[in-house]
Every structure is written in C-alpha cells, then in structure tokens.
Design a protein around this ligand. Structure first.
Ligand code: NAX
Length: 326
C-alpha cells in the first residue's frame, strides 16, 4: 500500500467536520487506495468533543484511516501535512460588529498561516472554509510567505454546487451535465454565478433557461442567500453540503477535472482586473495536482457590474484587516 498522506482539519469538533472527517477517512478526497492520517485542531475547550468524534471515527473501522492526531496547537496539527482544511473560525456572537468579526478571524488565520509556513509540506494544498473565507485565505497566504500563494485557496464550491442544482431543476437536466459554470468573487451574498459560458450537452445554458429575468432576479439571489435560507429552516448553518463542497474542491484539485470548470477562491494574478493577491472566486481547470484560472473570457457590462460589487466587498474586507497583515 501507499504511504499515508497527512491531512489537517481545523474546527474538528464543529458541525461541518462532523461530516467532513468521515468523508476524508472514507477515501472521498484522496481516493480508495490512499491511506490518510487526520491531524485535528480545535480550541482547548473543544478537545474533549474532538475525542468523542474520534471515537466515532474509530467505530467506522475505515480501512484507509491510518492514524489520528488531536491537538490545540497549530504547529502540531500542520506538521508535514499534504493538505489542510481550515474550517474552524470565530462565529459572530451576539452584538459583535462585522469589523470585530473580521479582526477576530484575522488573528486566527494569521497564527495558522504562520504555523503552516513553519511546519507544513512545501506543496501543501490549503482550503479555507471558515468565514469570511476569502479574506481568511488572503490573511493565511500573507502569513505564509514561504508557501506559494496559489496553494492557499478559499471555498466557492458550495455556491457553485448550489447554482448547478438550481439551474438543473429549472431546465430539468442532471446537474452533472452542466459544464462551464463560473462563480466569481466573494463567498457571500455578493457572489456572481455566471451562466453565460455554461452548456448542457453542448447547448448553451442561457438558451435552455431562456429567462434572463429569472436568472438575474431569482437564481442569483437564491444562491446568494441560500446559506441564510438553510439557517432559517434548519436552525443551524449548512454543514453536510459544506463538507461535500470541501471534498469536491480538494478532490478535484488533487485528481483534476478532465478539462471541466470548477469555481475556486484563488489569489488573483491580476486577471480580469482583480488586484493581485485578492482571493477571488474564478473559474478554474484542475490537472496534475494544480489548477489554472480560465483566462480570456469576455466580460459583459452586466457581468462587470456584478464583479465590481463583489470585488468592492473584498477590498473593504482587506482594508478592515490591514492593521493585522499590513
Ligand atoms: P461550528 O461552530 O459548528 O464549528 C466550528 C469549530 O471551530 C468549533 O469546534 C470551534 O471550537 C472551532 N474553532 C474556533 N476557533 C478555532 C481556532 N482558532 N482553531 C481551531 N478551531 C477553532 O461551525 P461550522 O458549522 O462547522 O462552520 C465552520 C465555518 O465554516 C464557519 O466559519 C462557517 O461560517 C463556515 N462556512 C463556510 C462555508 C463556505 O462555503 N466557505 C459554507 C458553510 C459554513 O457556513
């Protein structure tokens, strides 16, 4: 058998991890022939809860689970890791302002970025899930100057999957048949789900939908506000679907997409006028363990106006954390 890969997961006692850890241990990310060692990070007060989750992992008798580390120290959690899912974050507490939330998370991701920089494998693949995911990824990258900025990504895949499913329902197609969908920008209600290039078995999706008003007035806000709708209905935020999107993101990055497009939060190289370094949702194609942003797409006036809105939000977030990352 292959030597085990090491996968760090933070926020291990939380709800997303209650699904995510079992998917990773089952081989859904690295494949059914690849043993994994899970290195779990959570706060000191959550260590006991993590132990309980690990008891359940043991009780699944996963053949691929080659070991588990439980810690409250990022340098232990990230030691020699091949991949890291940064799920744990500070939630908004009652009366907490947005600015304070940004700063509280900036402190967390500064520490974790520095720890990754110190002890992770040099080609570690990092996925930031904890919100505000794009800006947390931006801080992680800035705090890990010895790692390639491109190796630190943010999760837009849940928005991508939400949009796929809404389009599929609208036209009565299977979501797997929808290709070349792009979700741009911030993982927030300002994200821009762009169907202009999408096709279903070669047919243009906009032509199949044939309802631009529905697209702009219903599809986009439905996807943007889906997280809030789930909280409203379930009393808890999306967890299994978020874990599923994290699995999709990392699996595709590792194994490739055969030319297919996915949406990933990526440090901009200046493409599409997005300032360098801003972690922005872009369409990307994955192959051989890396990815490329899809370049040269035409940006219509409407698309540009949508990109401007989500970019402005990210620039404001960046300004909000400038005291911490400079
Ligand atoms: P939970 O509150 O259930 O769990 C969070 C866990 O993180 C807790 O166990 C907590 O102790 C731990 N934690 C907090 N600070 C930590 C730190 N500094 N180091 C290590 N662990 C720490 O949240 P859950 O529902 O699992 O959601 C986790 C994060 O994902 C939240 O920030 C949430 O907003 C975000 N989401 C992001 C999504 C995306 O698409 N990017 C979608 C789903 C989700 O809303």
């Amino acid at each position: 058998t292959k030597p085990a890969v090491r996968v760090a997961v933070t926020g291990a006692a939380g709800q997303i991890c209650y699904s995510l850890l079992f998917r990773i241990a089952n081989g859904d990310v690295y494949g059914k022939d690849q043993p994994v060692i899970l290195q779990l990070l959570d706060l000191p007060q959550a260590q006991n809860a993590v132990k309980g989750v690990v008891m359940e992992l043991e009780d699944c008798a996963f053949p691929l689970l080659a070991g588990v580390v439980i810690t409250d120290d990022p340098k232990v959690a990230f030691k020699d890791v091949d991949a890291a899912f940064l799920v744990g974050a500070r939630p908004r507490s009652k009366g907490m302002e947005r600015a304070d939330l940004l700063l509280a998370n900036a402190e967390i991701f500064k520490v974790q970025g520095a720890a990754l920089n110190a002890v992770a494998k040099r080609d570690v693949k990092v996925l930031v899930v904890g919100n505000p995911a794009n800006t947390n990824a931006y801080i992680t990258a800035k705090s890990a100057p010895d790692l390639p900025a491109g190796n630190i990504t943010a999760m837009l895949r849940l928005d991508h999957n939400r949009a796929l499913s809404q389009f599929a329902a609208k036209i009565g197609a299977n979501s797997a048949d929808i290709e070349k969908l792009a979700v741009w920008g911030n993982h927030s209600p300002t994200m821009f789900a762009d169907y202009r290039f999408a096709t279903v078995k070669g047919e243009p999706l906009p032509k199949l939908v044939n309802d631009e008003e529905w697209y702009r007035g219903t599809l986009i806000p439905t996807v943007g506000k889906r997280g809030a709708a789930i909280i409203e209905a379930r009393g808890l935020s999306s967890a299994a679907s978020a874990a599923n999107a994290a699995v999709d993101h990392m699996r595709d990055w590792i194994h490739g997409t055969n030319g297919g497009w996915v949406s990933m939060g990526i440090a901009s190289d200046g493409s599409y006028g997005i300032p360098e370094g801003i972690v922005f949702g872009f369409p990307a194609v994955c192959s051989n363990g890396s990815y490329e942003v899809v370049k040269g797409l035409e940006i219509s006036e409407y698309a540009q106006s949508m990109l401007n809105i989500t970019l402005k939000e990210l620039l404001d977030e960046r300004d909000g954390v400038s005291a911490i990352v400079g």
